[in-house]
Write a protein that binds this ligand. Structure first.
Ligand code: HEM
Length: 338
């Protein structure tokens, strides 16, 4: 099993580059919002039902014994806000995210800001868009027009992955598959995980509404009173050729490492499209580091996410609190959409 390929100093420098740019764009475009994955299609409640018959060596962490955890699940678009006060239309090319927060999880966690949660965070493509954290720092610089021509050139594979993955038409976030894209521990194993719907998506004619993904979830869960069910699956590391750890742009192919089901994610029919839920949604913080040590994130990209997710969530929470605790003049708040 390979260790981090980049040095601790390189990791820190790349992490700080990303964070510095992210905090600036967050302040400009939406200090109350997540800097990316700003647009939510819905925060819904559900259950995570651990399978009865898990192989002995995989009975680790939350999968230790058959039981049912309550959860929150947040479905999102990956992009940042279009501008202050305006989120991008669902018709724009985008990646889609799923963040799951298991509740009532016993045991000491790696971070100490939440004590009883275990988060699993996924995207709707099996690979990540950059190889390592330096690649993500380059992409972040390119996003604000600060990348040298040779850096832009090195991002060509990233733009290819993004082009292909964001052009996939989807009709309903409850009916598509999601992947962790990066590796995690499962006790002494290294794994990737995926959440696969038991019902398949049927993308139909081009959508007219800019919020059609939230509308599809409302129709499914609230109006038609259907429940959404997903399989929570894992793939196990095989070797450094078939299942690379440090390069998540290389897919772990099912033929090399088949999926094993460990749990069912169940989202019952429900109402979720109301203001109080939206406030809860915006206030929550998901992070791959809200975890038991048995599910520790691995690799340079996951390492960088530790500080970045914490700082971005802290910034938006502090911004909201400060604005209310000691009211500031309009010239400081500048909350009118530009
Ligand atoms: C170095 C690489 C990455 C950086 C810098 C990054 C950055 C961020 C940030 C700043 C947030 C918002 C956090 C908050 O305000 O609470 C976020 C959310 C998210 N990220 Fe990443 N991310 C990275 C890699 C990944 C990877 C590999 C995945 C693949 C699963 C991913 C999926 C998501 C999802 C689904 C969310 C939304 C979570 C929610 O609903 O609250 N990210 N990311």
């Amino acid at each position: 099993m390979s260790d981090l390929k980049i040095s601790a100093a390189e990791l820190e420098a790349a992490t700080d580059t990303i964070l510095e740019i992210d905090l600036k764009t967050q302040a400009q475009k939406g200090p109350d919002l997540r800097q990316v994955h700003a647009k939510s299609h819905g925060l819904v409640w559900g259950e995570f039902i651990i399978e009865d018959s898990i192989p002995e060596t995989l009975k680790v962490g939350v999968f230790r014994e058959p039981k049912t955890y309550p959860l929150w699940a947040r479905f999102s678009n990956a992009s940042d806000p279009e501008k202050r006060g305006q989120l991008k239309s669902d018709r724009e090319p985008d990646l889609r995210g799923l963040a799951i927060k298991l509740l009532n999880v016993e045991g000491e966690k790696i971070l100490d800001d939440e004590h009883e949660t275990q988060d699993f965070i996924l995207l709707n493509l099996p690979i990540f868009i950059v190889r390592d954290v330096q690649g993500f720092a380059n992409l972040t610089k390119a996003g604000i027009g600060q990348a040298e021509p040779e850096v832009l050139q090195s991002l060509a594979p990233t733009f290819e992955i993004l082009k292909e993955a964001t052009s996939k038409p989807i009709a309903n976030p409850l009916l598509i598959q999601y992947w962790s894209t990066t590796p995690f521990k499962l006790g002494s194993h290294v794994i990737k995980f995926s959440v696969k719907p038991q019902q398949q998506d049927i993308p139909n004619s081009p959508q007219s509404s800019e919020n059609f993904l939230r509308e599809a979830m409302i129709k499914f869960l609230t109006e038609d009173r259907q429940e959404a069910k997903f399989d929570f699956l894992i793939q196990i590391y095989v070797d450094d050729e078939k299942t690379l750890i440090e390069d998540p742009t290389q897919e772990w192919k099912e033929a090399d490492t088949p999926f094993i089901k460990l749990a069912t994610l169940r989202i019952p029919a429900q109402k979720f499209d109301f203001e109080e839920r939206k406030r809860l949604d915006e206030g929550l913080s998901f992070s791959p580091w809200h975890t038991l040590p048995e599910h520790e994130p691995i690799g340079s990209i996951n390492q960088a996410r530790k500080k970045i997710y914490q700082e971005i969530a802290k910034f938006r929470r502090e911004h909201i609190e400060d604005r209310l605790r000691e009211p500031q003049p309009y010239t400081v708040i500048l909350d009118e959409p530009q």
